[in-house]
Every structure is written in structure tokens, then in C-alpha cells.
Design a protein around this ligand. Structure first.
Ligand code: AMP
Ligand code: ZN
Length: 474
């Protein structure tokens, strides 16, 4: 019997157990990246939190089905592919490759399905047809299609946008064509955008004319396609609550008459030096930026997961040094706790998922994770437990408990004697991880680019079947 995992639900504003409708597999959907540039560490805060949720569920005995979409057509991807003189597919393919490499470097479990919007245009058209048939949508003269908010009285339940009495100018009184619009505008939104000259070749044929789907539509369409009309949990950053998730609910529930998602999991934003992270502020960090400052992806992961997911997290460069020290401490503990027992793989731990007995030294840390993913408490309890490591009565149980926590957090610990061996610079390690990830996805061109960069830095990468080694070039 899987263990209960408590998690805050935005819809009910309460902490409740994550449930699987079939009692076995938690089917969940997360809004994925828009692939028009490198993902920043704010995006990765959200993806890391979702990864910790998935790992905690799996280690608690649940099966999961994790779907995360790729937004590969919207205003930004079209505009920027044109500016680069590339087709939309070439442009988004490049950024998708880099996104996947970053995910691998951060040790994120790959979603079970990672569907792209462009590959699901016919299904999106079908959904618009269903909404038109049921009078939840209407065509405009230019050939666009809008969702009629007035036809869906439950609109606003997730964000409480109506209760907050935002200045609306009245529901349904306006239309909104852009993919992202102001919080205050409670307006009918575009399901389908009629062809505009600046769209170039990026248009598709629908029964009502040429154009392309609006951004919100893809998530309704792909989540229901891969998880069913009702599924267990939906996640994303808080910025998506309104309008994106509100619109997803409206489109999906209006079409099916069923509850869309049973649990809503939102992650608060990452701030940088207490300011919103943005290009214009010049404080936007990518993994590569941090790499160039000598920080490993694992240090970044540690910083991103250490704060409570529901609270904004202030990112500082000092926090990365603290993460390095914490990871070293954990690595030393692992070396002494294992007592030669060797690592236990994530899959092995998942297959033995059971509750940790109350007298396991890491019981309190595991309970903290199950209680609304309280990672900071879990880490605190882990360090408290480690103080007593010499006195653990059942060494095997303690080693298993420790591994459970480290695996739930998805941490890959550095070698305990890292200082003694020739250390591979963080930047080189990340390039190698990216090249390996590119190879796994058979993106040979990207893999070769990374090899060339490694060579330029004086490092050789030797590939084996399941792994690779790095050595300085002779
Ligand atoms: P995007 O590529 O902008 O569609 O965003 C991908 C995911 O990252 C979404 O779930 C966003 O809500 C999330 N996100 C964007 N910025 C931040 C941030 N600063 N902190 C945390 N999550 C973010
Ligand atoms: Zn979405």
C-alpha cells in the first residue's frame, strides 16, 4: 500500500493527500518550457520541485505517469526563429536539445511523455471544434476562434480572479489575442489565431481557416490525450495560475463536462538578490552562466530545492558555496555510512518502497518530505541524524534510510575525497553531461559541438556503453 503524500492544492487552498484515481498510478501533467532560448534557473526551480515530488511519490510506493509538454509554437518562438532566419522546427529543435541536456545535468527524471505542440495540431483543432459545437467558442470575422468566458460560470475558481474583483470591464466584454496577457484582463481568450502576414509559413489549416492554436490550448489537449479527461495532478509555476491554468480548466471542462485535474501544484518564484529575475535586470542565470562561475549543476540543484517550494526563494551566489559545503558533508557521511555496502540504485530503492520504521535514523527526514515536501526540514533532520552516525544500531537500515532521502532529493553526491584527486572543473563536468545527454537523444551534431568545446578546454571524453570518463588531454 503506497504511503500518503501531503501536498498543498491551489484549488482548495489546503494541504491534502495526493491521490491516484485508479489507486495505483499518479497521473500528472506539468507545463514545460517554451523553447526559444536557454531555460533559466527560475524555470528549473519549478522543474526540480516537480522532480522531487515525483521521486517522493515513487519512493513512497506510487507508480507515476509524468507528462511535460514542449511549447514549440507561440508568438515568441515564431518571432525569434524568423529573426534567426531558421525554420520554426530548426530553431526550437536547437533549444530543446539544450534544455534536455540541462535537465540531464540537473538529474531530472525524464517525463514519461514529452509531447510538442506542433505535433498535436490536429488534436487541438478537434478540441476547438468540440467547443464550437457546444457554443463555448465563437468565430470572429478574421477567422480566429475565441473561448466565451460567459458560457463557463465556473471560470476563475482556481485563481479566484472574480473574487479579487479585478478591474475587468465585465466578463466577456473584451478579447485577448496575445498568448500572455495582463492579470487584470478577464477577457475572452484566443483558441485559434487567424493567419497574420508576419506568421510566415507557420500556419495550419482548420475547417474555419488558416492560423495556429493559441498557447493555452496545447496543454488541455496534450494532458487529456496522454492522461485522460480527468487526471490526478497538474503543476507549474505560480505565474501560470492566471490566465494559463484558468484557461486550461475552462477549455477542458467545457469540452468534457468532467473535472480536469484533481490537485493543483504551484511553485513560487525564484528571485535573484531579492529582485525578480529578468533579462532587463541583467540578473538572469542559466546553468551555463553558473558553470562559468565554477558551480556544478548539483550545487545549483541543491540551492533550488532547499527552500520551501511554496515560498519565493532568493538566489545568491553565496548560497551556491553553502550548497557545495553541504554536498561535501553528505558525501563524507555517505562514504562512512555505506561501510563498503555500495550505492543502491534509484530503481532498487523504488522497488523496495516501504515506510521507514520509526527507529530508522532518517525517519523524521522522510516524514518531512511526505509532509508537503518540506525539503529544508528533511535536510535539517538528515544532518541531525548524521551527528549520531557512529551509534546507529542497524547499519544497513540506516544506509537505506539515508539513500532514500538522497534519492528523493535527486542528489548525486560528489566523491568524498574529491579534494585529493585531480578535480575536473565544474564547467567541464557540465559540458560532458550535456554531450552525454545529446548522445542519448541521438543529437549527434550537438554532441560533436560539446566534444569540440571539451577538446578546446583540454579534456578528452571516453565513452563506454553506459557511462563515460573524463581525462586531461595528453
Ligand atoms: P516558460 O518556459 O516561461 O513557459 O516556463 C516554464 C516553467 O517555469 C513554468 O512552469 C513557469 O511557471 C516556470 N517559471 C518561470 N519563471 C520562473 C521563476 N522565476 N521561478 C520559478 N518558476 C518559474
Ligand atoms: Zn501549460
Amino acid at each position: 500500500m503506497p504511503q500518503d503524500i501531503l501536498l498543498h492544492d491551489t484549488m482548495t487552498r489546503s494541504v491534502k493527500n495526493v491521490r491516484a484515481a485508479d489507486g495505483e498510478t499518479v497521473r500528472f501533467y506539468c507545463c514545460g518550457p517554451t523553447v526559444y532560448g536557454p531555460a533559466h534557473i527560475g524555470n528549473f526551480r519549478t522543474f526540480v520541485a516537480q522532480d522531487v515530488l515525483r521521486r517522493t511519490l515513487e519512493l513512497a510506493g506510487w507508480k507515476t505517469k509524468h507528462v511535460r509538454n514542449i511549447t514549440d509554437v507561440d508568438d515568441k518562438t515564431i518571432r525569434q526563429s524568423q529573426a534567426q532566419g531558421q525554420t520554426l522546427g530548426e530553431f526550437t529543435g536547437h533549444w530543446l536539445g539544450l534544455f534536455r541536456a540541462d535537465c540531464a545535468a540537473l538529474n531530472l527524471l525524464p517525463p514519461h511523455v514529452e509531447p510538442g505542440a506542433v505535433a498535436h495540431i490536429p488534436q487541438q483543432i478537434k478540441l476547438v471544434e468540440a467547443l464550437l459545437m457546444k457554443q463555448h467558442a465563437y468565430r470572429t470575422e478574421d477567422g480566429s476562434v475565441y473561448f466565451r468566458i460567459e458560457s463557463f460560470p465556473r471560470y476563475g475558481r482556481l485563481s479566484r480572479v472574480k473574487e479579487r474583483e479585478l478591474s475587468t470591464g465585465g466578463t466577456g466584454s473584451g478579447k485577448n489575442l496575445s498568448d500572455e496577457y495582463e492579470r487584470e484582463s478577464l477577457a475572452d481568450f484566443a483558441l485559434w489565431k487567424a493567419r497574420k502576414p508576419e506568421d510566415g509559413a507557420n500556419v495550419w489549416c482548420a475547417p474555419w481557416g488558416e492560423g495556429r492554436p493559441g498557447w493555452h490550448l496545447e496543454c488541455s489537449c496534450m494532458s487529456m490525450r496522454y492522461l485522460g479527461e480527468s487526471f490526478d495532478l497538474h503543476g507549474g509555476g505560480v505565474d501560470l495560475i492566471f490566465p494559463h491554468h484558468e484557461n486550461e480548466i475552462a477549455q477542458s471542462e467545457a469540452a468534457t463536462g468532467k473535472e480536469f485535474a484533481a490537485h493543483w501544484f504551484h511553485t513560487a518564484h525564484l528571485l535573484v538578490e531579492n529582485r525578480k529575475m529578468s533579462k532587463s535586470e541583467g540578473n538572469l542565470f542559466t546553468l551555463e552562466d553558473l558553470n562559468n562561475k565554477g558551480c556544478t549543476p548539483m550545487e545549483t540543484r541543491y540551492v533550488l530545492l532547499a527552500g520551501k517550494y511554496s515560498q519565493p526563494l532568493n538566489f545568491t551566489l553565496e548560497s551556491l558555496s553553502a550548497a557545495r559545503a553541504a554536498l561535501k558533508k553528505l558525501a563524507k557521511a555517505a562514504a562512512s555510512l555505506s561501510a563498503g555496502a555500495g550505492e543502491i540504485s534509484y530503481e532498487q530503492l523504488v522497488s523496495q518502497a516501504a515506510s521507514l520504521s520509526v527507529d530508522n535514523p532518517f525517519h523524521a527526514a522522510w516524514e518531512a518530505l511526505k509532509n508537503d515536501l518540506n525539503v529544508s526540514e528533511a535536510l535539517g533532520q538528515t544532518f541531525v541524524a548524521l551527528k549520531d552516525a557512529g551509534n546507529f544500531a542497524d547499519k544497513t537500515a540506516a544506509w537505506l534510510g539515508f539513500q532514500r532521502i538522497i534519492n528523493a532529493l535527486g542528489l548525486v553526491l560528489p566523491a568524498a575525497d574529491d579534494d585529493a584527486i585531480v578535480s575536473v572543473p565544474a564547467g567541464v563536468q557540465e559540458l560532458a553531461a550535456k554531450r552525454w545527454a545529446a548522445k542519448q537523444t541521438k543529437n549527434w551534431q550537438l554532441a560533436d559541438e560539446y566534444r569540440a568545446r571539451l577538446t578546446a578546454l583540454g579534456w578528452a571524453m571516453q565513452d563506454a556503453k553506459d557511462d563515460y570518463k573524463l581525462a586531461p588531454l595528453k
